[in-house]
Design a protein. Sequence first.
Length: 223
Amino acid sequence: MQSLTRRDFGRCARGAAAVALPAFAGAPIQSRFGGVILGVQCYSFRDRPLEAAIQAMADIGCGECEMNWAHLEPARLRTDREQLRQWRLAVSLDEFERAGSLVRAAGIDPWAYTYNMKSDFTDAEMARGFEMTRALGARAIVSSPNLSSVKRIDALARKYKIRVALHNHSRIAPDAMSTLALRLTRASAGRAAGEKCRITAATNLNFHLHGATSTCASTCTSI
């Protein structure tokens, strides 16, 4: 199985193939306002290659970002589930290390990586997402999983010591995260804004419900 080519990688590693850039080769961008750190999801810049997305984040002054698969996985494989799985298992993690170096060289901290671990993921494919996250230098994964995937995700989060934020969507279906989001939102109604809700030791909740941040987004955190 072949590794990711520069073309597949969306040219994100161009200029960094020879030497890995040191962490924060440029001065870190400060995007803290009133004690709150503001960052951006790279998916917002999915209409451009990674280098241009990095430049856009730097231009607007964002010092933290959530890296997204749209800049790291080959577009040609997005409609071929099995080929994408095989690519994930075979790609060199050096490619992810170089991508993380490019982001940090611009003064941006790649704090998290989007990796949506669904019920059709093999254990090896799930574990690979944690390895990719570690190679990027990210400290968390954001995932839109199925409910039936959560136990396996939690076990890997404990093994790799990487936190996972579970992000839902508004689709109401038996195995969808939205179903759990609805239950938790109702259960948390009337609670004090700062109260914490126990989920697991390794898994956070990062819920959006019907386009608006739900109550659980601010009250649920891992303990």
